[in-house]
Design a protein around this ligand. Structure first.
Ligand SMILES: [Zn+2]
Length: 375
């Protein structure tokens, strides 16, 4: 198996601002942990830096007018109607170089898609990508350009059948929107229920439209859903659909804001639960483009994506974190210096509440989606 990882030091140049939860340093921290584990110099893994995507590549999904606005605000021009495009104080701040940052994310995911389409890698990982909320003409949820959509479009252009599995705590709304009518792209998103968390969508009855009905799949979950609730629900929905759809390539969005210590969401997964879900997807997928996503507790981001890269390479890592990383991770709040998380039990009532909701959603998916797949 050949793999590739895409990483750029360029990220250090960009900053959403001091108050923003999306910290660019999570990428450098992740890389450092991978390096400490010896995962950045594997014999059969390429390490590549992305090139920026050009306007033509980005306007395959995004409106030209929106791209022009991104370029203008990024260069410091005052655009009075920027808020109309989702830009301004709050989730999607205007910062110098935001257009170049967006081009770099898009370029990294397009490179991952190209490597896999060309057969240069069976699995490629671009952990700066996975910005799944961006819409054709609007920034949303910390995302300006939807690199996941661009990667899928590039794979489709090569005639490949694509499944997209999104395990971020937030609904992958931008990607669902892009392929809502397309039966050649199966999108599956597991996330905290939309009536409790941004972006407010991602219910089971969002099934696609026209020829695409049945190819847009959502598994919403209750706050406090932990591994013991998540993994059986995931197992009931994701593997059967992936097996039946039989994609050429699976694009996976690996947001780790589903973690129990994430400050922005209320799911309660562990790094090992996240790893189990990824492991199942890998078992079923012949080729993989893996992307990052959300994750606002930096020590979880570094551990989860390091674990993911090891899984993508079929490597099992020692659970004790490398000593050279202890100081940095402890300073950022990590108490147990292990790759996996210590067990934590939910109160019985909370567990039952999460379990009942998950069971109900699984039943709905079976009723509303499975018949379209002969299941
Ligand atoms: Zn998220």
């Amino acid at each position: 198996m050949r793999t590739a990882i895409i990483y750029s030091e360029e990220w250090r140049r960009f900053d959403y601002g001091p108050e923003h939860p999306l910290r660019m340093e999570r990428l450098g921290l992740t890389w450092s942990l991978m390096e400490a584990y010896g995962l950045t110099a594997l014999p059969r893994a390429k390490v590549l830096a992305p090139e920026i995507a050009d306007v033509g590549a980005i306007t395959r999904f995004h409106a030209r007018e929106y791209v022009d606005i991104l370029r203008a605000v990024s260069a410091g021009d005052w655009v009075p109607h920027a808020a109309r495009y989702g830009l301004g104080p709050g989730d999607n701040p205007i910062f110098p170089g935001l257009w170049e940052a967006a081009q770099l994310v898009a370029g990294g995911s397009l490179l991952a898609a190209r490597l896999v389409a060309d057969g240069e890698a069976d699995r490629a990982f671009h952990f700066a990508g996975g910005l799944h909320h961006a819409m054709p003409d609007r920034a949303s949820g910390f995302c300006y350009v939807n690199d996941a959509v661009l990667a899928i479009l590039a794979l489709r252009q090569r005639g490949l059948k694509v499944a997209y599995v999104d395990i971020d705590a937030h609904h992958g709304d931008g990607v669902q929107f892009a392929f809502y009518g397309d039966p050649n792209v199966l999108t599956i998103s597991t996330h905290e229920r939309g009536d409790r968390l941004f972006p407010g969508t991602g219910f089971v009855d969002e099934r696609g439209e026209g020829a695409g009905v049945g190819y847009s799949v959502n598994l919403p979950l209750q706050p406090f859903t932990d591994d013991a609730v998540y993994l059986p629900a995931f197992e009931s929905v994701v593997p059967p659909l992936l097996q039946s759809f039989a994609p050429d390539v699976t694009v996976i969005q690996l947001g780790i804001d589903s973690h129990r210590t994430d400050p922005l969401t209320h799911l309660a997964l562990t790094v090992q639960g996240f790893g189990s879900a990824l492991g199942r997807i890998l078992e079923i997928s012949p080729r993989v483009v893996a992307l990052g996503g959300g994750g606002y507790d930096l020590v979880n981001v570094a551990r989860a994506w390091t674990a993911a890269w090891a899984l993508l390479n079929g490597i099992s890592l020692p659970d004790a974190l490398p000593a050279s990383m202890h100081g940095d991770l402890r300073a950022r709040g990590l108490k147990s210096l292990t790759l996996s998380d210590p067990p934590a039990e939910l109160p019985a009532d909370t567990r039952r509440w999460a379990e009942e909701y998950a069971a109900k959603q699984v039943r709905s998916v079976r009723e509303q989606i499975f018949p379209f797949h002969g299941l």
